[in-house]
Design a binder for this molecule. Structure first.
Ligand code: SAH
Length: 213
């Protein structure tokens, strides 16, 4: 795996594309400018790694589109040291972005093949998420709750109650909800029993499936 000047140049162009599409958070842009996305993809797609598109990874899943990664990351408003939970580790690219933003990152993946592969790979790249879990994201990770931020990177038919319950007061859940396409939602927990909800337009994700595989 090599990160050549050509790759770096293409990455700078990708960052510009994201800025043109409205991403403003400089830490998010910096993370995307730093992480070699082509390392997270199959070698057959490597040449396309810096296009603003989703691509297939193992187990019939996808690495999210960079704009989607940036948009969700921006909505989370992560601060250094925040407890962050990701549902859908997949390739680990979004996990790496969350680590670059300074989060203490927990991530759940339901496909064993991806879980094993990505766990080894992130370590190899030098990323140190707090905990990678092979399990069902619908349940969250109650043993590590509460979280400042929870990000769901697969399309959810509904908002899983355990995820709302595992937010701190002031914590944020960013989740695409619905069938194809999904509507991006952000929930902010305003008290023990209340949440503020806002919608952020259409996105397309692979489905959030129940149980592990
Ligand atoms: N963040 C990933 C996105 C991968 S696609 C990336 O940037 O590469 C969504 C991922 O969610 C897939 O890997 C899929 O297996 C996983 N997934 C789907 N349902 C899940 C569930 N209930 N719990 C945990 N992971 C799930």
């Amino acid at each position: 795996m090599k990160d050549t000047t050509r790759h770096q140049g293409k990455r700078r162009q990708l960052v510009q594309i994201l800025k043109d599409k409205g991403i403003t958070n400089s830490l998010v842009l910096k993370a995307i400018g730093k992480i070699p996305r082509h390392f997270f993809m199959d070698s057959s797609f490597e040449h396309h790694a810096y296009q603003d598109k989703a691509f297939p990874i193992a187990a019939d899943q996808t690495i999210s589109q960079p704009y989607t990664v940036a948009f969700q990351s921006e909505l989370l408003e992560i601060e250094k040291g925040h407890n962050v939970l990701e549902i859908g580790t997949g390739s680990g690219y979004q996990t790496a972005v969350l680590c670059e933003l300074g989060g203490k990152v927990y991530s759940i993946e339901r496909q064993q093949e991806l879980y094993k592969k990505t766990k080894l790979f992130l370590t190899k790249l030098g990323y140190r998420p707090r905990y990678l879990s092979f399990g069902d994201g619908y349940k969250g990770l109650p043993e590590y709750a509460p979280f400042d931020s929870i990000i769901v990177t697969a399309g959810a038919p509904y908002v899983p109650k355990p995820l709302l319950a595992q937010l701190k007061i002031g914590g944020k859940l960013v989740i695409p909800v619905g069938d194809d396409p999904q509507i991006m939602h952000r929930y902010i927990r305003t008290s023990a029993t209340s949440f503020e909800k806002k919608e952020y337009g259409e996105f397309r994700f692979v489905p959030l499936l129940e149980d592990k595989n």
